[in-house]
Design a protein around this ligand. Structure first.
Ligand SMILES: [Fe+2]
Ligand SMILES: [Fe+2]
Length: 305
């Protein structure tokens, strides 16, 4: 089938602007976003919203007590978790849990949703690990990893056949996904994702991360936090690809990106790659996902040599 990219672009944008059946986040997420945006909100008010959902309560406590947070004392109340983690981290955690549920529940003919969840989740875990090595805010980087390809999810929902031919075209031509998307759909998943994030009223930083995650042209990004996160997501993406395909060119891509953006951290990349499998396992355990374990870096490096 031949599509007219100009018509398709208009149609996709209209669908996103009008649709009532867009993927949606639970109301709790928006309430938490509103409350945590104001510093004057008492921690108890945030805790109360979380406490209304037993699942959310359990997951927040599970996260606060996981090795990912590294607190020494046991955290037994949600309010204590809110105080110790801080508003930003709590917002990101609640958003992250909602996204994982959303991905897990989505059924799209044009996309293998489990694979999509797995890819986003592993990318988020890798990004979290890189950010922790650099002493940056790990929770928002984790969310950036989970969110960055959300446009693909939407395309899979509304244009499954066109998306399938995008994937096919990428395989046969070797062109980049955004090039092929623009050729066939008239726009790419970064624009679609950014439109959805704007409709969800997510913080500006996340919109910028979604919009710019393929160009890695950091200077062009308006939001300074997004500018710091984008290269991390770019690197996380190639790390996930390396562990999946275990090819030499993927290992080279990881090293190239590393030296381009993170040269000053020198040999930290070895420890990031070595710790990546256990980091994914930690996250899967903490968030109770069905994400498969990844091979050890020793095996990956041997296969990619
Ligand atoms: Fe992408
Ligand atoms: Fe990606």
């Amino acid at each position: 089938m031949i599509w007219d990219p100009d018509q398709l672009r208009e149609k996709i944008i209209q669908t996103i602007l009008d649709a009532n059946d867009l993927p949606h986040l639970p109301e709790t997420v928006f309430r938490i976003m509103r409350l945590t945006a104001q510093e004057s909100t008492p921690a108890m008010a945030v805790a109360q919203v979380i406490l209304q959902s037993p699942t959310l309560t359990a997951k927040v406590l599970r996260y606060a007590n996981s090795p990912l947070c590294g607190f020494r004392q046991e955290i037994t109340s949600v309010q204590q978790a809110v105080v110790l983690l801080g508003f930003g981290a709590i917002r990101d955690l609640v958003l992250g849990l909602a996204l994982i549920n959303l991905y897990d529940a989505s059924r799209m003919p044009g996309l293998n949703y489990h694979r999509f969840l797995e890819f986003s989740f592993q990318c988020a875990a890798a990004a979290h690990l890189i950010a922790s090595k650099m002493g940056l805010d790990t929770e928002e980087v984790f969310i950036g990893g989970l969110l960055h390809d959300i446009g693909t999810l939407l395309l899979g929902q509304y244009q499954p056949q066109a998306l399938a031919s995008v994937f096919e075209d990428v395989r046969t031509t070797g062109d980049s996904i955004t090039q092929v998307e623009k050729r066939i759909l008239g726009l790419d998943h970064t624009l679609v994702g950014a439109l959805l994030a704007a409709r969800w009223r997510l913080p500006r930083m996340f919109i910028d991360v979604i919009r710019h995650h393929h160009e890695l042209n950091v200077e062009a990004i308006a939001d300074p936090t997004a500018g710091r996160i984008v290269p991390i997501i770019g690197l996380a993406d190639v790390i996930v690809r390396l562990f999946r395909r275990q090819r030499r060119q993927d290992l080279e891509a990881v090293m190239n990106l590393w030296y381009r953006f993170f040269r000053q951290f020198d040999d930290e990349i070895e420890s990031i790659l070595t710790r990546f499998p256990s980091h994914v396992a930690n996250f899967s355990f903490t968030f109770e996902t069905r994400v498969n374990p990844v091979d050890s870096y020793e095996d990956v490096a041997a296969n990619a040599a």
